[in-house]
Design a protein around this ligand. Structure first.
Ligand SMILES: Nc1nc2c(c(=O)[nH]1)N[C@H]1C(S)=C(S)[C@@H](COP(=O)(O)O)O[C@H]1N2
Ligand SMILES: [Mo]
Length: 442
């Protein structure tokens, strides 16, 4: 597995440290918060365990930045893995964030183990989100009759639905922006498309009564803020009523037919396809119906927002000039073969991947082996609205040498993926540049 340079791995940790050094220290050294990992330093273990991991005491331990991954370990050949998520690339361990290499996203339906992990705060203790005792509250100023539901209530009272829903982090592709934007340096792997089973949010909200002045919903999860402050939410986002009430918006208890696994987040989730992953809530505790745009944590600019008009790279953009990201732009991925393979000249090569376009459908995918000069357009299809669409193509190489296979998707309104990185934005969102893989033909 590829080793990450130490600066990539620790970037988010340094930020947390700069923000609140005491809290960062407390979190790093004193709390057992992460049940999903196995490596000593990932376990938020004691200084002793850290010393054991590097093979000796650490005289200047009090000067070590919180979250620093000791070079002795960062340089080891041992892969840096999360239990149950083997093969994913860990970008940050405080909080845990990991992405999926393109070739592991080849399944039509993403298995839980290959679902990227994106945490804004500290995941709740496993015991605290027990399926039998869990309650979801529905409330807010535009809710007529606030109510609480157990999973059993939801299952009994409302019709069940299953949809395959595409989830992509708004920051997927951030690593390619120059100047670089702070945050997890996602390359291409913060995207997935599992199936979710649950009840329609619409049915549940209607049972609680939606007042005429309702315009937005917001969610709250059971995770806690990285500072440890119980009064701060790590994230609390939402969507306008029109998106919340569409058929595919679910309160889900199952992913791919099984209970939603703890570390891919969810357990109980509100799932909303086609928009940035951040509008779907994990470890869902509460949904509020609002008479104004939801004002929870990370709703305001510059979070999950882009400049209203294009800006020069590196610009400082005032908050009032941002707009909240809604439907995600058209994008595609080559998931087979794996980049860097060797291929025999005489054989045709099958190439395949997925394409998606937020709320829209993908109309065409172009596959090119000559850097976009010419292309073939394989057909593509998906199971339901808001799921990614599978495309497959067969290519032949004219002579030996180095090739790149490029894929470029075009949505039903004619928007095409840019060949290279699109316009810069301060937080590094929405990079939908064409994906490409390398092939050596001999
Ligand atoms: N409660 C809660 N919900 C959350 C988040 C979070 O940190 N806490 N992260 C959001 C973001 S930014 C993304 S991209 C998706 C990631 O879901 P995953 O970890 O299952 O891939 O969850 C969203 N919902
Ligand atoms: Mo995200």
């Amino acid at each position: 597995m590829t080793k990450l340079p130490p600066d990539t791995r620790t970037r988010g940790l340094h930020e947390l440290y700069a923000e609140d050094p005491e809290a960062a220290d407390r979190l790093l050294w004193n709390r057992e918060v992460d049940p999903v990992t196995r490596r000593g330093f990932l376990k938020r273990s004691s200084l002793l365990a850290m010393a054991a991991a590097v093979g000796g005491s650490i005289p200047f331990a009090d000067k070590m930045p919180g979250g620093l991954i000791p070079a002795a370990l960062a340089q080891s050949d041992e892969p840096f893995t999360l239990e149950g998520k083997e093969g994913l690339t860990v970008l940050n361990d405080r909080p845990i964030n990991a992405e999926t290499p393109a070739h592991l996203l080849d399944d039509d339906i993403t298995p839980a183990k290959y679902m990227f992990v994106r945490n804004n705060g500290i995941p709740p203790e496993v015991e605290s989100i027990d399926a039998d005792t869990w309650q979801l509250e529905i409330g807010g100023e535009s809710c007529e009759t606030p109510q609480s539901f157990s999973i059993a209530d939801l299952k009994e009272r409302f019709e069940h639905h299953t949809y395959q829903l595409q989830v992509e982090c708004g920051g997927n592709g951030r690593s390619e922006y120059v100047p670089s934007a702070s945050g997890n340096q996602w390359t291409t792997g913060a995207v997935a498309c599992p199936t979710f089973t649950g009840v329609r949010l619409r049915d549940v909200l209607e049972a609680c009564g939606i007042k005429d002045d309702a315009v937005y919903i917001g969610y709250y999860g059971a995770d806690s803020h990285a500072s440890g402050d119980p009064d701060r939410d790590p994230i609390s986002r939402g969507v306008p009523m029109s998106k919340a009430l569409e058929d595919e918006s679910l309160i889900a208890w199952a992913m791919n037919g099984e209970d939603i696994p703890y570390q891919c987040a969810t357990r109980r989730a509100w799932q909303c396809g086609g928009w940035p992953g951040s509008v779907s809530g994990k470890w869902l505790k509460r949904i509020v119906i609002r008479n104004q745009k939801h004002d929870g944590t990370k709703m305001a600019a510059p979070s999950y927002s882009v400049p209203r008009h294009p800006v020069a790279p590196g610009s400082v953009v005032p908050n009032e000039d941002f707009v909240t990201i809604e439907s995600m732009p058209v994008k595609s991925l080559v998931t087979f073969p794996r980049s860097g393979i060797e291929h025999a000249l005489d054989d045709e090569m099958t190439v395949r991947g997925h394409a998606w376009a937020g709320d829209l459908a993908v109309a065409e995918v172009h596959v090119s082996i000559d850097f976009g000069a010419t292309a073939t357009a394989p057909s593509q299809a998906g199971p339901n609205r808001l799921a990614w669409q599978r495309w497959t193509s067969v290519v032949e190489f004219p002579e030996p040498g180095y090739y790149e296979v490029w894929a470029r998707a075009i949505d039903e309104e004619g928007h095409a993926q840019p060949m290279v990185v699109p316009g810069w934005n301060p937080k590094g969102y929405l990079n939908n540049a064409c994906h490409r893989i390398a092939v050596q033909v001999a």
